[in-house]
Every structure is written in structure tokens, then in C-alpha cells.
Design a binder for this molecule. Structure first.
Ligand code: B12
Ligand code: SF4
Ligand code: SF4
Length: 355
């Protein structure tokens, strides 16, 4: 039973979240939603998670907050805006440059959101000293998007990400589970209507149905999560994307309400990551990779996977100036890079003028 004190606490909590830089904050009950769990099972059953075994490994805990932490009574769902100031598609045709998705051009969002969640958790404990709680961002077995929808901060669009009426598709999510009974917000209604712009924009046809993603076909998965060679059928479609993909987010009409000025300064693009030259990235050794990507989420994929992605982009570039840096990688000890370099040279040979 939620009392008047809890209602006032929830209002003040939301005000504090806003003060800490969260663009949206809502509350959902922590009880199980059988549909949510069933859809997770269906997604895993179809094999749409590919090699992300960690998604299947803790599926029992992921399906419901109380399955992860039985004491949980309420979920506080939060989002921070990273709406870009510039068009994320602007570099699509600039072959000599690499495209890094908007979310990874600035500081690592895991660190920024976690800091904000911990500050909000400290505030809550100061206000309600008995408040047991746990904070999560991204990596825990928590279904952040459906929980965000249940908490009314947005809805899961047909591209499967959470969309907000005021911040479009550009929100990072985080969650606090608490043993406190807080008054739940009304779940957000679906506002996609007959739109299917995100599905039409996807270069690899990664949506088998509305609200359903086959991660194995998604460029974000292929460039970040997938180990080994990039399957040949997706190489041309990758274009110059070397880390993540923004296409389905960027075309969402609800982005027109997103204000880039609202974005957290920590997420502003770093100059060297906004439009890096492929030639420079191809030449990075391990030490150089660590130097360039320190503090960026990209550092977690390591140099080999990043250079693999750059080789595919080089093959798609149509830029003869990239032949030399690609050739240098034929001597790399990693066979995945050697194979990708050979593929890239074959592609570049097709566009080179005949002697
Ligand atoms: C695994 C994962 C990925 C995988 C798989 C993505 C996916 N859609 O599942 C890959 C590597 C591909 C990925 C890519 C990206 N990701 Co990601 N990812 C996650 C992670 C860790 C888990 C997501 C998950 O639970 N997937 C499992 C499936 C079953 O869940 P689901 O997509 O919610 O599926 C639901 C729908 O399919 C729905 N459904 C099914 N059928 C039907 C039918 C109807 C009618 C309806 C209404 C619904 C419906 O039910 C399912 C369960 O609710 C979350 C963090 C987290 N802990 O939540 C971040 C997260 C989702 N990622 C995020 C981001 C930013 C991205 C990228 C944009 C990054 C980029 N620019 O490259 C892309 C976007 C690609 C895309 N279109 O989804 C953000 C999204 C923020 C937001 N506003 O929603 C999150 C929340 C991380 C964060 N903390 O901010 N990601
Ligand atoms: S992130 Fe790119 S590849 Fe993945 S579903 Fe969206 S548009 Fe398709
Ligand atoms: S692009 Fe259209 S269909 Fe896709 S999430 Fe946005 S409103 Fe929904």
C-alpha cells in the first residue's frame, strides 16, 4: 500500500533526478509481467542473441526484477539524453572517414550514468534510511527498456529502443531497484502508429517483425559484440560504420523534439572520435589504440576488433589512398585481420583505375 508520504517522496525523488542531470525518471512496480518474460524467452529461443551467451546465461534473473532480487518492490527507471547536435548520417558517403555511433563519441556512458545513479541512491537513503536498493546500468540482467516503458518514461519503438516524446530515441537508460513501495507511474502508450521509418532505414534488414530485432544481423552487434570474421553478406552494408550504428534511431520522427542542448556535457563528441580518418585507425598498434580510446566505451572491444571493422570500412571506401595502410596489415599476426585485409584489397582493386 502506497501512502501520502511515499507519494511526496516520489515527487521529490524525481526533482532530485532532474537536478542530477537525468532527463526522465519514472517508477514501476517490481512485480513480474509474464508477457515481458515470455518475449525474452521467445527472443532467446529464436537465437536472436547470437553469441551473446551472457543474455541467455542469466535469463531467469533478467525476466523480472524480483527474480534478480526478491526484496525489490519498486523500479526507478531513469534516462539521460545524448541527443547529437549534428546529423549522425552526415559521414555516410565520406569513404576515407570512419563512422562511430553517437553514443560512443563522448565519454563512457556507463561511468556517467552509474555516478548519477549512485548520487540519487545516496539521496534516497538519506531521505529514507531503511531504503535497501541496487543500481544498474546496461550490464546487469535487467530489462531496462520494457521497465522504462512500464515506468512511463517512454515506449519501446519498432526499432526496440525506448523512445521519449521529449527526447526522441537518444536516451541512455539506468535503473534503481528498491525495497521501498513507491507509487507507480502509468505505463507509456505506444506512439509509433503506422510509422516504419526505422525498419525501412536498416541497412541489414535486421528486424524480422516490428518490435523485434535479430541481433545477428545488426551492425551494432557485428561491430561490437561479434568475434571473428564479419560474415561476408553484411560487409558491404556496413559501409564506413566501425563501432555501432545509428540509422534506425536517427530516422525516428520523434527526434525532432529532442534538444541537443539538453545533452550531458560528458557525452559531447571528442574531436578525434567525431570523424576519424580510417588511415589513422588502421595504423594503430595496441598502445596507440589504448591512448586514443582511453575513457571511451570503444576501448572494451580491443584493437583487433576495431581494426577488423576499419578494414571492412576501407574495403567499402572506394579510396585508393587506403591500399597502403591495408596492405601493411597483411603481415598482422591475427588471421582475422589478414583475411579482412585481403577482402579489403579485393574491393579496392575493383575501383582502382586500370593501368
Ligand atoms: C543486448 C543489447 C544489445 C544487443 C541487442 C539489442 C536488442 N534490441 O535487444 C545489440 C548489441 C544489437 C545492441 C545494440 C544497440 N544498443 Co543495446 N543493449 C542491449 C542490452 C544489454 C539488453 C537488451 C535486451 O534485453 N534485449 C533482449 C530483448 C528480448 O529485449 P528487447 O529488445 O527489449 O525486446 C523486447 C521487444 O522485442 C518486445 N516485443 C517483442 N515482440 C513484441 C510485440 C509487440 C507488439 C510489442 C509492443 C513489443 C514486443 O518484447 C521484448 C521484451 O520486452 C541493453 C541494456 C539492458 N540491460 O537492458 C542495451 C541497450 C538496449 N542498448 C542501447 C543502445 C543505445 C544500443 C544501440 C543504439 C547502440 C548503437 N548506436 O549501436 C544499438 C541499437 C540497436 C537496436 N535497434 O536495438 C540502450 C538503449 C537505450 C534506449 N533508449 O532504449 C540500452 C538500454 C543500454 C543503456 N543502458 O542505455 N544492444
Ligand atoms: S542499429 Fe543499424 S543495423 Fe542495427 S537495427 Fe538499427 S539500423 Fe539496423
Ligand atoms: S522510426 Fe517510427 S516506427 Fe521506428 S521507433 Fe520511431 S516512431 Fe516508431
Amino acid at each position: 500500500m502506497v501512502n501520502a508520504g511515499a507519494t511526496l517522496l516520489a515527487e521529490r525523488l524525481k526533482a532530485e533526478a532532474a537536478r542530477l542531470g537525468f532527463a526522465v525518471c519514472g517508477i514501476a512496480a517490481a512485480g513480474e509481467d509474464p508477457l515481458r518474460g515470455a518475449r525474452l524467452e521467445q527472443w532467446l529461443g529464436e537465437g536472436f542473441h547470437g553469441t551473446m551467451d551472457w543474455m541467455a546465461a542469466r535469463a531467469d534473473q533478467r525476466r523480472a526484477p524480483q527474480a534478480l532480487w526478491p526484496e525489490a518492490r519498486s523500479v526507478i527507471a531513469l534516462g539521460m539524453s545524448y541527443a547529437p547536435a549534428n546529423d549522425p548520417m552526415a559521414l555516410a558517403e565520406v569513404g576515407e572517414r570512419a563512422r562511430i555511433s553517437v553514443y560512443a563519441q563522448g565519454g563512457d556512458y556507463h561511468d556517467v550514468i552509474k555516478r548519477g545513479l549512485k548520487a540519487l541512491a545516496r539521496w534516497l537513503v538519506a531521505e529514507a534510511p531503511d531504503a535497501a536498493l541496487k543500481v544498474f546500468v546496461d550490464t546487469a540482467p535487467v530489462m531496462e527498456k520494457p521497465l522504462g516503458e512500464a515506468a512511463g518514461i517512454g515506449w519501446q519503438g519498432k526499432h526496440t529502443n525506448l523512445v521519449s516524446r521529449t527526447h526522441g530515441s537518444w536516451l541512455f537508460l539506468g535503473a534503481i531497484y528498491t525495497a521501498l513501495e513507491l507509487p507507480p507511474d502509468v505505463p507509456h502508450a505506444d506512439r509509433c502508429g503506422s510509422c516504419r521509418a526505422c525498419h525501412d532505414a536498416c541497412p541489414t534488414d535486421a528486424f524480422p517483425a516490428p518490435y523485434m530485432l535479430d541481433a545477428r544481423r545488426c551492425i551494432s552487434y557485428l561491430t561490437i559484440e561479434h568475434k571473428g570474421p564479419i560474415p561476408p553478406e553484411f560487409r558491404a552494408a556496413m559501409g564506413n560504420r566501425i563501432y555501432g550504428c545509428d540509422d534506425c534511431l536517427a530516422v525516428c520522427p520523434w527526434n525532432s523534439f529532442a534538444q541537443s542542448a539538453a545533452a550531458n556535457a560528458a557525452f559531447l563528441p571528442r574531436a578525434e572520435l567525431a570523424a576519424p580518418r580510417l588511415a589513422d585507425l588502421l595504423g594503430l598498434d595496441d598502445a596507440g589504440f589504448r591512448r586514443v580510446f582511453a575513457g571511451s566505451p570503444i576501448k572494451r572491444i580491443g584493437r583487433a576488433r576495431m581494426v577488423r571493422n576499419c578494414l571492412i570500412a576501407a574495403g567499402n571506401s572506394g579510396d585508393p589512398a587506403l591500399v597502403a595502410p591495408v596492405q601493411a596489415l597483411l603481415a598482422d599476426p591475427d588471421p582475422v585481420l589478414v583475411e579482412a585485409a585481403k577482402w579489403a584489397l579485393d574491393q579496392l582493386a575493383k575501383i582502382r583505375p586500370s593501368p
